[in-house]
Design a protein around this ligand. Structure first.
Ligand code: ZN
Length: 282
């Protein structure tokens, strides 16, 4: 692999940085797009597609929840079937080789854990878990999927375009008669995927875990993220304010552009395996 990749100067610099000390890594949608998971934003950081459902809509309207679950019944299996790519795998190997001191992700697909990364801080939650907002019961999304498919057999086999976060574009006509899932413990219809919706803050536990990782880290490496959300931009700013290096492997413009010490504009699924091999973590 080393012979067919000509490393840019910034990558050699990053490699030297990692030899000296293990880095903290922050990942975004760009690391999961090669696994077939669509991103909200393009390379220039511009959001495409319709605006995602807000927390307020989801909580405030039974019709909104019906729309969410119907679309999710079609979209979630594609996220469930997605597999980690060479970038996720390389990060797990780099962590095992102590080149990475911690991993924070904005992704909700669970692919880092599938690749073998441990103790991942999930800023925006995880799509494979569901929580009852009334009794607090935690469930696996796969259990809910089985219930959804049994109750809404008419939707099986419907083809729809996959949208970010396990969503799918589904014609309104399919929503009539859709039966949403109920909590098996308390019977509530307020089951919510364990992900942070638009209009909802990052939970304090994740914010604090991320902040304390930043305090301990000698440097931060951003992978596949434009850092457009404030929660992730804040982490970049925090590292920079401490006078510690901020590096990025990202193709296209970033909100934290002015704070970067070095940037590698190459696909992360090419750069990270190269780093893992070069640093003896292959
Ligand atoms: Zn409940």
């Amino acid at each position: 692999m080393l012979h067919d990749f000509d490393p840019p100067a910034a990558l050699l610099e990053l490699c030297e940085l990692m030899v000296r000390q293990p880095l903290l890594v922050l990942t975004g949608a760009g690391i999961s797009t090669p696994s077939g998971i669509p991103a909200y934003r393009d390379k220039e950081g511009v959001r495409h597609g319709r605006a995602p459902m807000t927390y307020q809509e989801f909580i405030g309207s039974a019709a909104a929840r019906r729309r969410y679950w119907a679309r999710s019944m079609i979209g979630w299996p594609k996220v469930h079937q997605a597999r980690p790519n060479t970038a996720h795998q390389a990060l797990a190997r780099l962590a095992a080789g102590r080149r990475i001191a911690g991993l924070i992700t904005q992704n909700v697909d669970g692919l880092h854990q599938q690749a073998g990364s441990e103790e991942v801080i999930e800023l925006h939650g995880n799509l494979h878990r569901v929580r009852c907002l009334d009794c607090g019961k935690r469930l696996w999304r796969s259990e809910i999927q089985a219930e959804l498919e049994a109750e809404n057999a008419y939707l099986q086999g419907v083809e729809a375009v996959l949208a970010p976060d396990g969503d799918a574009r589904l014609a309104e006509a399919y929503l009539e008669g859709f039966r949403i899932p109920w909590c098996p413990c308390c019977g509530s219809d307020l089951l919510k995927p364990d992900v942070v919706f638009y209009g909802e803050g990052v939970p304090a536990e994740q914010t604090e875990a991320a902040s304390s990782s930043i305090e301990r880290a000698p440097a931060l490496l951003v992978v596949g993220s434009t850092v457009m959300t404030y929660s992730s931009f804040r982490l970049c700013r925090s590292i920079a304010e401490r006078g510690k290096p901020l590096a990025a492997i990202n193709q296209g413009a970033m909100r934290a552009e002015a704070l970067l010490n070095l940037k590698i504009e190459r696909p992360c699924e090419q750069v990270l395996p190269w780093l893992a091999e070069r640093l003896g973590s292959a």
